[in-house]
Design a protein around this ligand. Structure first.
Ligand code: ZN
Length: 174
């Protein structure tokens, strides 16, 4: 069984902490595996395409991603102790966050990243991220370092147009 966890919002101190690395021993713990299941449940329910553990008040270096598109390389994925080994190019797009409900902003990100880390069984993984997937990896990584997109974004505003509301509340929120 997976359970919904509360998504904490801007102002909560956990969102501003640098999250702790996860040990291999911890990954084998059923309580840890339960957290991962709960994170997926919470992410899908929101709905969102990515969720970092600090957003459910767990200050550990873990995030889940599922773009919910046709490409199985885009999830469902768990990334533990992620690290970028490649960051290149620059691209701006509208971004929102489940922890900053109803708002959007223009955010410049790397155009391409390669992210390494561990999967839910502690096996090494490497993810190649461009487009929305690359953006999502960077957004979630920021959460692990206590950073919110509103710290760096331009023109932060309440989602107003249908497109922006969709960005803030549905498929493109993280
Ligand atoms: Zn977020």
């Amino acid at each position: 069984m997976a359970y919904l966890r509360e998504i904490i919002t801007e102002g909560h101190p956990t969102l501003r902490k640098v999250a702790k690395r996860v040990s291999l021993g911890e990954i084998a713990d059923p309580i840890f595996q339960q957290l991962l299941d709960d994170m997926f449940e919470t992410m899908y329910h929101a709905p969102g395409i990515g969720l970092a553990a600090p957003q459910v008040n767990i200050s550990k270096r873990i995030f889940t991603v599922d773009l919910q598109d046709e490409d199985e390389a885009h999830g469902p994925l768990v990334v533990i102790n992620p690290k970028f080994t490649v960051t290149e190019g620059e691209i701006e797009a509208t971004e929102g966050c489940l922890s900053v409900p109803g708002m959007v902003g223009e955010m410049t990100r790397f155009e391409h990243v390669v992210c390494t880390g561990l999967d839910r069984h502690g096996k090494k993984i490497e993810l190649d991220g461009v487009g929305l997937f690359g953006r999502c990896l960077q957004h979630e990584m920021d959460h692990l370092d206590g950073i919110l997109y509103i710290d760096k974004a331009q023109n932060i505003r309440p989602a107003a147009t249908d497109e922006e509301i969709a960005e803030a509340e549905a498929a493109l929120t993280r």
